[in-house]
Design a protein around this ligand. Structure first.
Ligand SMILES: NC(=O)C1=CN([C@@H]2O[C@H](COP(=O)(O)OP(=O)(O)OC[C@H]3O[C@@H](n4cnc5c(N)ncnc54)[C@H](O)[C@@H]3O)[C@@H](O)[C@H]2O)C=CC1
Ligand SMILES: O=C(CO)COP(=O)(O)O
Length: 318
């Protein structure tokens, strides 16, 4: 039986989707939350109003399994701690990262963190444009499933896809992970310009130049340009930079409006911007929007100053 580790919005959405094809375990680290979900058959904290089908078995005890994958649906900056706590159970298992980001302390991508903690794990990444509630409601969605081991990738594509959730396979794990991580940084930037009233044209400019920046970093890391042009890059950039359902975009909006933002809400792009900027500076990769988002989200610049910084750069060829 497939196990989803992490009963947040996305883990719950994935479990509901997978329940169409058979029983699925949804593991919550918090015992009382698991109990509440078992009783109410809803995840009121993270995905309220959507019932858990009978096939979703909520548990606070991580199932031990042989062969079936674990889907790791925890925020990027919590992934290492989540793995460390279950190192023995997860050794040698198929672990599919479902998080989007770069670890702040190490600069590592999700599957790199998994292998740093569990060296014999067989890893893949599931990423792309999808809001948890859309997946849970069975609305049509397409994601990238990237796995360096092409045979395992085919198995996972067959196991995790449903009629509504269409998975496209790739072996470019680096490209898929960087696309998912970097689009969140750009979504914060787009939210900030809209929040500050700078207009839709400015947002389109940021999306386009942000995409150029994503491609520069990804290609420097050995990713394929076609991956960035796919679901995990361009696709997710389009969704996250234009929808008020995105938490990264909402965080950007609050920065632009000068409003406070609830620190308990998961906003992957803030820590990721810092991690990416460190990598970019080491490798001499020009990432001005990531620089601006880092300065904005750490309170070092206001939106007007960040825009001045971007607009006063030397003129260049597109
Ligand atoms: N919410 C969405 O629509 C989507 C989210 N994602 C990605 O999924 C990842 C998770 O996001 P959400 O589920 O939305 O976040 P969330 O904030 O709704 O839930 C995070 C969950 O992780 C759990 N958690 C935190 N630390 C943990 C640890 N050390 N061990 C085990 N569990 C731990 C929390 O208890 C919580 O249930 C993020 O990387 C996000 O970018 C991807 C696609 C869509
Ligand atoms: O990754 C997502 C959509 O693909 C969800 O975006 P947020 O984390 O910004 O809510």
């Amino acid at each position: 039986m497939i196990t989803v580790m992490g009963a947040g919005a996305f883990g719950t959405g994935l479990a509901i989707s997978l329940a169409q094809t058979g029983p699925v375990a949804l593991w919550a680290r918090n015992r009382s939350q698991a109990e509440e979900m078992r009783t109410t058959r809803q995840n009121a904290r993270r995905l309220s109003g959507i019932d858990l089908p009978d096939h979703v078995q909520v548990t606070a005890d991580l199932p031990r399994q042989s062969g079936a994958p674990y889907l790791l649906s925890v925020p990027m900056q919590k992934l290492r701690a989540g793995l460390e706590a279950h190192k023995e159970a997860l050794a040698g298992q198929v672990l599919v990262a479902c998080c989007k980001g770069i670890e702040l302390d190490s600069g590592l991508r999700p599957t790199e963190v998994i292998r740093a903690v569990i060296p014999d794990a067989r890893t893949a990444i599931l990423t792309g444009p999808s809001f948890a509630a859309d997946i849970a409601r069975g609305l049509p969605t397409a994601l990238t499933l990237a796995c360096a081991d092409a045979t395992l990738g085919e198995d996972l594509q067959a196991q995790l896809g449903t009629t509504a959730l269409r998975l496209y396979r790739s072996t470019d794990v680096t490209g898929a992970e960087l696309g998912g991580a970097l689009k969140n940084v750009m979504a914060i930037a787009c939210g900030a310009v809209i929040g500050a009233g700078l207009g839709e044209s400015a947002r389109a400019a940021l999306m386009t130049r942000g995409f150029a920046e994503m491609c520069r970093m990804a290609e420097a890391k050995g990713a394929r340009a076609s991956t960035l042009a796919g679901l995990s890059g361009f696709g997710d950039l389009a969704l996250t930079c234009t929808s008020e359902l995105s938490r990264n975009y909402q965080f950007g909006l609050s920065l632009g409006r000068g409003e406070a933002f609830d620190p308990t809400i998961t906003v992957e792009g803030a820590a990721t911007a810092q991690a990416v900027l460190t990598e970019a500076q080491k490798a001499n990769i020009d990432m001005p929007i990531t620089h601006a988002v880092t300065a904005l989200s750490t309170g070092k610049l206001q939106v007007a100053q960040a825009m001045d910084m971007l607009l006063s750069r030397p003129q260049k060829e597109e």
